[in-house]
Design a protein around this ligand. Structure first.
Ligand code: MYR
Length: 216
């Protein structure tokens, strides 16, 4: 990993920086245990749209997909791996022009009693571009279309977008969105895609993503 450390005052890496293909970073994966790589565990991969990520709460809790292809490891397993320790999360993003971006930041993940809330310190949440951040930081529960815990009182982000995610305002990121091979003309469709606003923007459907965790 060539991580970008957030919240430590470091400059953003150049946007066009190329990284090795994610498959090489991650290595062959025949089962969950072989997904471990230098203490990092892959918890999510998108690359071809072969798996439907618009799943209900129970599926996001238990995990789904193909460990050799696209998959979601499952919130319960992620919580089990991280325990109550503070941890690191890495996100690798690829666009359709050969550009890659890699971020990593400290997180804490709560259990199901907190709807698997992601706890981010204020500097990290601000660096990530969160809309509203209290001095004590940001606590962001996980949401699916059938369990709405997002920070929008008037909206169900998982329903109006797609997939399960730590939705705040609906517009920050969604790496579990619908996989698009080309940019849909309809705005209503486009917003359902896989996006990371601070990198390629709100309406750019990413080509590939990987998420990794590491207990610290
Ligand atoms: C908002 O303002 O809408 C909320 C901003 C939230 C920023 C943090 C989202 C990062 C989620 C990364 C996945 C973590 C996996 C353990």
């Amino acid at each position: 990993l060539a991580p970008m450390h957030l919240g430590h005052g470091m400059a953003k890496p150049a946007r066009k920086k190329r990284l090795p293909k994610m498959a090489q970073l991650v290595g062959p994966a025949h089962n969950i245990s072989r997904l471990h790589n230098g203490g990092w565990t892959v918890i999510q991969r998108r690359q071809d749209g072969s798996v439907d990520f618009n799943q209900p709460w129970e599926a996001y809790k238990a995990g789904f997909g193909d460990p050799q292809g696209e998959f979601w490891l499952g919130l319960e397993k992620v919580h089990h791996i991280l325990g109550d320790r503070s941890s690191r999360l890495a996100v690798q993003l690829q666009d359709w022009e050969g550009n890659a971006e890699s971020l990593q930041f400290p997180v804490h993940l709560g259990g199901e009693d907190t709807a698997y809330s992601l706890q981010l310190t204020a500097p990290v949440a601000n660096e990530l571009g969160a809309t509203t951040v209290a001095p004590s930081g940001l606590s962001l529960p996980f949401s699916t279309w059938d369990q709405d815990h997002d920070l929008r009182g008037d909206k169900n982000c998982a329903k109006s977008l797609s997939g399960g995610w730590w939705f705040g305002t609906c517009g920050h990121s969604n790496l579990n969105g619908q996989y698009f091979h080309s940019i849909p003309h309809q705005r209503q469709q486009r917003k359902k895609g896989i996006f990371w606003k601070a990198w390629r923007g709100r309406y750019y459907p990413l080509q590939a993503t990987t998420m990794l965790i590491q207990p610290t």
